[in-house]
Write a protein that binds this ligand. Sequence first.
Ligand code: ZN
Length: 409
Amino acid sequence: MTAFLFTNGRVLDPRHEGVRDGMEVLVEDGTIREVSDRPIRGADAVHVDLGGRVLMPGLIDAHVHVVAAMADLAANAAQQSSLAALRAGRIMTAMLMRGFTTVRDVGGADWGLAEAQAAGVVAGPRLVISGKALSQTGGHCDMRARADDRAPSQHRVGAMGRLCDGVEAVRLAAREELRAGADFVKVMANGGIASPTDPIHMLQFSRAELLAAVEEAVNSGTYVSAHLYTDAAIRRAVECGVHSLEHCNLIALDTAALAAAAGCVAVPTLVTYERLAIEGESLGLRRDSVAKIETVRQAGLDSLAVMQAAGLPMAYGSDLLGEMHRHQSGEFALRARVLPAMDVLRSATTVAARLCRLEGRVGIIEPGADADLIVVDGNPLDDWTLLEGQGARIPAIMQAGRFVKQELG
Ligand SMILES: [Zn+2]
């Protein structure tokens, strides 16, 4: 049995307002055993003196693509699978070292990558996966340039999604991804930036196709997540039973209220548009993609206020590609310009845990939860940049009760 007793620190748990001083936390065999404001008896435990630092749950990013080693997604999809998998492993390790102990991959990562992490083959966040995202021909996962009429590369590790057209093909693709280990089904239901031939306003998949994907997901006890920007696309997706609404930059108040009433969760990903606008082109994003960024970037911060006003829960998402992955923790400070700090914290803990269907197990510090914990050199609620800098101010990271980083001295 391996036990650790955290003492002399402050605990930041999303279910309590602010940090709590004088708390002790006992971890045994990968699980949080006890949380108390009085000294915990833990004679056999290794004592970890936090020196007044903040102990908080490991972070959860609900929108990543760990296979996206390059911003040019056509080139990414064409890589040899062995190379793409090894690159994905490096991206995963860097995420873990930023304090993200769980991530939800919404297009690309397969069961093999999730299993590689679970088995300890690669250090990384626990992966909750959709497998390949489903896209129609000419949709957000169709990375072929207009003049390219070859069959797309869509089954390699570096491909984010696969093409399917028609109700029966959508059903089959959803069933294949679920059979192969997908935890939920991802569909591209609106135009996107990184794909070359679909404008942002384009509605993707017919209602019948969306309904088929939702039926297959629900039959398997899970849900559909959809890539969405425009209000019309979001409204249609909600009406078809989609649960997880990705991006939502152009959402209007009445649609946000409809989504909230339907129990949906939104996953804004503002940091990716910031970074794409600044460095996307120099990092390989194609010119036809660069032209689309501003359509969604300006509306991003306003969309947070709209969704907050409608009571639509928001999970943390970064959606970064290639070299831009290093900005994964930049979404916190962006959101904090508009949202209360505790809501920003909940987006990357309890709300994201719900989308990962790991509620009660991750994103909280309470007895019975998995011991996914990070130690921060200060209170992120007051200064979100403490979480930036590739984990420089996160001296300790524990995942499933094991330290993956311990520099507390
Ligand atoms: Zn994405």
